[in-house]
Design a binder for this molecule. Structure first.
Ligand code: FES
Length: 171
């Protein structure tokens, strides 16, 4: 996963171009609030995250308050406000996976590797994220590493995944 540094000028240009595209479809009056999520998507697709320093520019462009933009950004959990880690391990915490011990994996990652679910990755190597049903319940506990499905995850597999993500070994 590539990591880009936030660039105010590039962000401004993305905000303007997405707003212009949405306006072309919906008309300038209807476009403002409707352009918010497309702008978030465009910024995250380009930078891998949405820096909070860009919220004022979005608010100005869309004629919204910064608090409204911030509220929307906080509401949608898929948008990141910190740079993405190189690797992302998503662990399912829904019922079937709970019954098969996913919380033990979450605890193990926090206590043995210092990787707390849904918090920024400490060294930028591996982000742990909670998800709720990956449609792989038959192989619970289930996970995705960088979009690749992994089933029947146990502590041994978790340790191997962490080592691999940190460039210290193979799965
Ligand atoms: S409950 Fe975990 S994959 Fe469905």
């Amino acid at each position: 996963m590539s990591r880009l540094v936030w660039d105010e000028q590039k962000a401004q240009s993305l905000i303007s171009s997405v707003h212009a595209e949405v306006s072309a479809f919906l008309g300038p009056d209807a476009a403002s609030a409707s352009a918010l999520l497309p702008i978030f998507h465009a910024l995250q697709a380009h930078f891998g995250f949405i820096d909070r320093s860009g919220l004022q520019a979005i608010a100005q462009r869309l004629n919204m308050s910064k608090a409204e933009v911030h509220g929307a950004l906080s509401f949608y959990h898929d948008f990141r406000t910190e740079p993405a880690a190189r690797h992302r391990l998503q662990i399912c915490r829904a019922e079937a996976c709970q019954s098969m011990g996913c919380e033990r994996l979450i605890d193990h990652l926090a206590h043995h590797h210092g990787l707390v679910a849904d918090e920024p990755a400490p060294h930028g190597h591996l982000q742990i994220e909670s998800v709720y049903c990956l449609g792989n319940c038959g192989l619970a506990p289930a996970a995705l590493l960088d979009e690749r499905p992994i089933g029947r995850v146990d502590l041994h597999k978790v340790d191997a995944l962490v080592r691999r993500a940190q460039g210290l070994g193979h799965e």
